[in-house]
Ligand binder design. Sequence first.
Ligand code: NDP
Length: 290
Amino acid sequence: MTQSISFIGLGAMGYRMAAHLPKVFDDVRVWNRSIEKSEKHAHEFGTQAVSLEHAVQADIIFSCLPTSQDIEDLIARVDIKSGAIWVDCTSGVPKSARLLAPLLLEKGVHYLDAPVSGQTIGAENATLTFMVGGQKSAFDCALPAMQAMGKLIKHVGDSGAGFAVKAVNNMLLAIHLCAACEGASTLKSHGVNLQEAFDCINASSGQSGVTTTVLPNRVFNRSFPSTFALSLLAKDTRIALDLVRESQLSAPIIAASQGLVQAASNLSEHGSDFSTLAKMYESINQLTIE
Ligand code: NDP
């Protein structure tokens, strides 16, 4: 059966993700709040720039907006095709998924929380990881479309489980980022060459994705490319901390790191990359991490 696919939200992630769909599906529709982006996408990749009303009449509807609140507001505005599967790739709030899934099911629509990791480079190369919560039967139906954009695609549980895994993943990224900035600041203050130091650390037990890629490729070389906003990372850490609090757990490292990421985000210019968190450490320690 020929399936129609829509992608809603052509931001840093969505624009690149949706580009892979026409390789597998004939009827690919895109919608973006600022219409110029969907028109450009259609021109560049052979998708169809459509109205929001038309986009939600597809068999499978992907979305990738900044927050769950944006998704809830958008869903409240539209009449979605009965029988459709809504695959929400936003890094969202588990509670929102648990609210939307039964609400949409009353209208015959299946909602999957399906956040992704792998950054813009993973979106470009179709190597994203999808962590998906919701009904397994809906997951199975949407799997080929997710496979067009990702490499590891996992059903991790009921509604909300995908968002929870993503929040904890990004909380760990935030913790590693704070820890690596503190380690680098310490070495710098003792006159150690950071490039040489991180060559050693990256061959040792202190190594992480942050020490191997984020610091060398974004901070040490002062490039701070804007691919993932610090404000979005702050949002993810708030979601993770809320999960900790809902279960009345003690997780002091999560709480402290959330405070640091939030402070850095509040201090940063709108749209700054997550790697600019290093600049907060530079400011409070009066040194540069380079
Ligand atoms: P961007 O800020 O680049 O893009 C946001 C998109 O959402 C734009 O298309 C924007 O439209 C649209 N949008 C914003 N607000 C609304 C609204 N109220 N109604 C309708 N459309 C809206 O974000 P990203 O692509 O970076 O991130 C999207 C999601 O993916 C976030 O949840 C983020 O945490 C997550 N994510 C991001 C990664 C990254 O590396 N960037 C990696 C993995 C996950 P317009 O063009 O009109 O502004």
